[in-house]
Design a protein around this ligand. Structure first.
Ligand code: ADP
Length: 284
């Protein structure tokens, strides 16, 4: 669906690259996550892929059509949700969607249906200038769905939203994906990447460091742990023991043979830990 080959980008046309030699593909029906800290190059990549930033070097194609000089029809199948809400503040939520809808020469969704879906039905006629930050974010999110996109770009779709609203947004993303929408999702939130993505690319300093399924990333790069609770001198002690480190393995064997363990749970590595292992820095 989306093919990216040897992508480079420099904002000042110098050797200071925000994106360096990035290559990847997103298969039809897949959710690919771009996970990395602020400044890693996620938005730059997304902006090149959607034609907002000029393609300086490399190749990008969507459904076999190059983004070098994209034809208008190509935008009929693309949906884009930005992290920074860029809506017309003087128009209401409904008017914003209705205006945007007219830009497409393809079947579109009913604005009211979309607004209701993210809890904005009651404020549909209010000016966007009166919307809170979270409401604006939901408006941008549903706006990106108006043309029933086959290739959907989502930049930090849940950042700054309360858990209930974030849950609603995640459910919509999952549903749309089940219905066949291919998704490119950029985030610095490891939980979102883990929960939603079929594959995750770790991006740092403009480069892709790893790309694989969440399960494989954890199996290959994460250290395995068990969390044990045991009694010692009448006190309950909770400890995280590595299944790789010899010292921890010996201790675990001892606890098991002495029958002192009260509870034991295996713990998989988090993306944050793997990211630190691979890049030497965290996600924030
Ligand atoms: P992310 O989306 O992962 O936070 P960005 O793609 O926004 O990262 O930024 C990547 C790098 O490009 C950063 O070093 C950032 O400072 C730089 N950058 C982003 N936008 C611009 C711009 N408009 N002009 C110059 N440099 C920029």
């Amino acid at each position: 669906m989306l093919k990216v080959k040897n992508l480079w980008h420099s904002y000042n046309n110098d050797k200071n690259y925000a994106v360096q030699d990035i290559s990847f593909e997103v298969e039809e029906g897949e959710i690919l996550g771009f996970l990395g800290p602020s400044g890693a190059g996620k938005s730059t990549t997304q902006n090149i892929l959607i034609g907002l930033l000029k393609l300086q070097e490399g190749e990008v194609s969507i459904r076999g059509k190059s983004m070098k000089n994209p034809k208008d029809e190509l935008f009929n199948i693309i949906g884009v949700s930005f992290e920074q809400p860029n809506v017309y503040k003087k128009l209401s939520g409904f008017e914003n969607l209705n205006f945007y809808r007219k830009m497409f020469s393809t079947q579109t969704e009913e604005p009211m249906k979309l607004l209701r879906e993210v809890g904005l039905g009651d404020v549909a006629d209010k000016k966007a200038s009166e919307y809170s930050k979270g409401m604006l974010q939901r408006l941008v999110f549903v706006r990106s769905m108006i043309n029933k996109p086959q290739m959907w770009f989502l930049d930090e779709p849940t950042s700054g939203l309360d858990p209930i609203t974030a849950g609603k947004i995640k459910d919509i993303i999952k549903r749309k994906n089940k219905e066949g929408t291919t998704i490119f999702l950029t985030t610095h939130n490891m939980h979102i990447a883990d929960e939603l993505c079929n594959r995750v690319a770790f991006i740092n300093e403009g480069k892709i460091k790893l790309i694989d399924s969440p399960r494989n990333l954890k199996l290959k790069y994460g250290e395995k742990f068990v969390k044990v609770e045991y009694k010692e001198n009448g006190q309950l002690i909770s400890e995280r023991l590595s299944l790789v480190e010899d010292r921890d393995k010996i201790k675990l064997n001892k606890l098991i043979s002495q029958g002192e363990i009260e509870t034991m749970h295996s713990q998989e590595a988090t993306f944050e830990e793997i990211f630190i292992n691979v890049t030497g820095r965290g996600l924030n």
